[in-house]
Write a protein that binds this ligand. Structure first.
Ligand SMILES: *[C@@H]1O[C@H](CO)[C@@H](O)[C@H](O)[C@H]1NC(C)=O
Ligand SMILES: *[C@@H]1O[C@H](CO)[C@@H](O)[C@H](O)[C@H]1NC(C)=O
Ligand SMILES: *[C@@H]1O[C@H](CO)[C@@H](O)[C@H](O)[C@H]1NC(C)=O
Ligand SMILES: *[C@@H]1O[C@H](CO)[C@@H](O)[C@H](O)[C@H]1NC(C)=O
Ligand SMILES: *[C@@H]1O[C@H](CO)[C@@H](O)[C@H](O)[C@H]1NC(C)=O
Length: 622
């Protein structure tokens, strides 16, 4: 400090005193200027007051001819320099667009009006000119290593300016002349620096290479992902050096390695739904590998494997509710279902038509059903499912042959026909005459050979399958004037008061009268409790056709039944009797009661079958 002060004083003293009041001062005496920029060389001068300045100029080299000294006349400088001073005391000089060749010692010289009065400010102002240069060490790194960047100059720039740094021409955040960074993948690029405020005068750029393993690996694909089409999966990844091996995986299974090349795609020609799944690609360079997130490939396909299931799965009996369910494998899921029966649509096209329900199914709804399903890709028909609606016999009727005139004593065949599903298993024939109801035979046809008047009666058949029985209308066969006359008989009653039972009354295994009480759940007139008491049994003549004699001499009895608590008189029209399982039980099959009494009877076809069903009847102990 002391030394510095002494030095300044010495200089001042030498300037003033040594030259008798003549002096030139450069502030500062050394300038470091940036190539391309401008510098102002600040300068002031002193001279004795009696003088008047006549000429001022700056020069580098002293020439024999003083006029040639003036830099403003030098073709190297003339258009780049400005004298900013005056002819009094200010000698500031500016050089624009500094060149490295401008490195010189510059001097100010002035002349006054007195002869030989001239003065040069020595030793002059030293101008340094520097270009900028990026020094990078090292210039190739692996991610994570550190790099030092220096914006190098050959002299210390006057004013210690801040710096601006650029990577690939974009300004960076740091402003120091030297900067250390820990390299990441984004740090790779071309670096340059500039003096702050002189962005237009940057250094040449220097490249930093940052090597890093693959990152940001992703799978993409284009095109429609529909079965049969070709799909190309593309893997993209950022790595330095570039990825040199790709591995394609579906789930955890490697499906393709594209080793050793920059090939980043995987093509599946004729894609199928088995190709659906999550795909990955794994990209690698010598530094490492990186696996992409999964990419779902959802292959769309038209409906497949379309089938119909029927609920309930067992036999379908008329009257129940049946649901047909259509199932199909489709992607996207089935949009519309249409139901067909024998190629005719039975439902409209509906999104929710997965089920087709037939409540209270009828026999005519038997047939072959299928569904047609549709999604955005296509349609498919299911396999057909046959619905076979079963039902008890219907439309049971009796026909007679031969037709036309039949002579008494010839043979007559009655045929029972009935519509049933499954077909009728048993036909049973009955005959009713004044004496009673008799089983006349079994089988679909009944042949009455040598037909005589005692064969006369109402003939009818009962057809039966596993779903139940049905009685036919009756046929009245009589002998009139030596001819057999068979007409549809009016054995029915008015529908209004018909009281009809189905069942069999077993009365007694013993050949004697037995009283039985028949319990019902209530008859048609709302009465509860027994409606028949005091059933008097009468031995039947045809018991052997009704049940099998078990060898103990006991056969069931047929009874005539009188109602105990009804107002209507009824007569037993027919019955079927079956053998008892024990002494105390009666089993019913089919008993029909009709009101007795004269008066016209309605035609047989109007017989109404109101039924009361019994299971077990216990007899009174006598
Ligand atoms: C000399 O002139 C320059 C340019 O006009 C100016 O910037 C500077 O301040 C002056 N110096 C003095 C000491 O007046
Ligand atoms: C069709 O579906 C059935 C039942 O879902 C299945 O067992 C069968 O494997 C499927 N067939 C095809 C070809 O997909
Ligand atoms: C379709 O029918 C099945 C079987 O009857 C039943 O389980 C299912 O809930 C029904 N689905 C619809 C949508 O009605
Ligand atoms: C009964 O049979 C007749 C003649 O075959 C037919 O016209 C009628 O439709 C049938 N009735 C029923 C209920 O099946
Ligand atoms: C009624 O039919 C039965 C059995 O065929 C017969 O034995 C009886 O003689 C018939 N009665 C009359 C009055 O014809």
């Amino acid at each position: 400090m002391l030394f510095k002060t002494v030095l300044v004083i010495l200089l001042y003293v030498s300037g003033v005193l040594g030259q008798n009041g003549w002096r030139v001062t450069y502030t500062p005496e050394t300038i470091c200027g940036l190539k391309g920029s401008s510098v102002d060389m600040r300068c002031s001068y002193l001279y004795p007051k009696s003088h008047t300045v006549q000429k001022t100029f700056w020069f580098i080299h002293q020439n024999p001819i003083p006029e040639l000294d003036d830099l403003s006349l030098d073709p190297e400088y003339s258009d780049r320099v400005e004298y900013l001073g005056n002819k009094k005391n200010n000698c500031t000089f500016r050089i624009n667009q500094l060149r490295e060749s401008d490195r010189e010692a510059y001097h100010f010289r002035f002349l006054t009006n007195r002869e030989d009065s001239r003065y040069t400010g020595r030793p002059g102002l030293t101008l340094e000119v520097t270009a900028l240069r990026v020094i990078m060490y090292p210039d190739t790194v692996t991610e994570g290593q550190s790099v030092t960047l220096t914006c190098s100059t050959t002299c210390t720039l006057t004013g210690l300016p801040a710096f601006t740094w650029y990577r690939d021409r974009s300004p960076l955040s740091f402003t120091t002349q030297t900067h250390q960074l820990t390299a990441s993948s984004e740090d790779g690029g071309r670096y340059s620096c500039a003096v702050k405020g002189y962005g237009h005068l940057p250094s040449p750029a220097v490249a930093l290479t940052v090597n890093y393993p693959p990152q940001g690996t992703t799978v993409s694909f284009s095109g429609e992902i529909v079965e049969g089409s070709s799909v190309t999966l593309t893997c993209s990844s950022d790595a330095n050096p570039p990825v040199n091996r790709y591995t394609w995986l579906k789930g955890n299974r490697t499906v393709s390695s594209a080793t050793g090349g920059p090939e980043a795609s995987y093509t599946i020609k004729h894609i199928t739904r088995q190709d659906s799944g999550e795909y990955y690609c794994e990209a690698g360079n010598w530094i490492g590998t990186h696996r992409s997130p999964p990419k779902l490939l959802d292959v769309q396909y038209s409906p497949k494997n379309t089938s119909v299931s029927v609920s309930p799965s067992g036999e379908i009996v008329e009257g129940i509710s049946v649901t047909l369910t259509c199932s199909s494998d489709a992607n996207p899921p089935v949009q519309n279902y249409t139901w067909f029966k024998e190629k005719r649509a039975v439902s409209s096209r509906r999104k929710s038509g997965l089920n087709h329900t037939i409540t209270n199914i009828l026999s005519q709804e038997s047939g072959q059903y299928y569904c047609e399903v549709q999604n955005q890709v296509g349609t498919q028909n299911s396999t057909t499912e046959t619905i076979n609606v079963q039902y008890p016999p219907k439309n049971t009727s009796v026909s007679v042959s031969p037709s036309g005139e039949i002579v008494e004593g010839s043979s007559v065949t009655l045929t029972c026909s009935s519509d049933a599903n499954p077909p009728v298993q048993n036909y049973t024939w009955f005959k009713k005459n004044e004496t009673g109801v008799w089983q006349a035979g079994s089988g679909q046809s009944l042949t009455l050979s040598n037909f005589r008047s005692w064969n006369s009666g109402h003939y009818y058949c009962v057809s039966e399958n596993k779903h139940g029985p049905q009685n036919s209308t009756a046929l009245l066969a009589t002998v009139q004037g030596g001819q057999i006359v068979a007409v549809a008989a009016a054995v029915g009653v008015g529908a209004i008061v018909a009281l009809v039972f189905l069942g069999v009354v077993w009365v007694s295994r013993r050949r004697k009268s037995t009283n039985v009480t028949v319990h019902t759940e209530g008859d048609r007139e709302g009465n509860k409790g027994p409606i028949y008491s005091n059933v008097s049994g009468t031995p039947m003549s045809h018991t052997e056709t009704l049940c099998t004699d078990r060898g103990n001499g006991e056969v069931p009895l047929y009874s005539s039944v009188q109602p105990s608590n009804t107002h209507n008189q009824v007569e037993l029209l027919y019955s079927t009797v079956c053998c008892p399982q024990s002494e105390d039980e009666v089993q019913y099959a089919s008993v029909q009661f009709l009101p007795s009494g004269a008066g016209p009877r309605p035609p047989a076809s109007t017989v109404t079958e109101d039924c009361v069903l019994y299971s077990t009847v216990r007899k009174h102990q006598t």
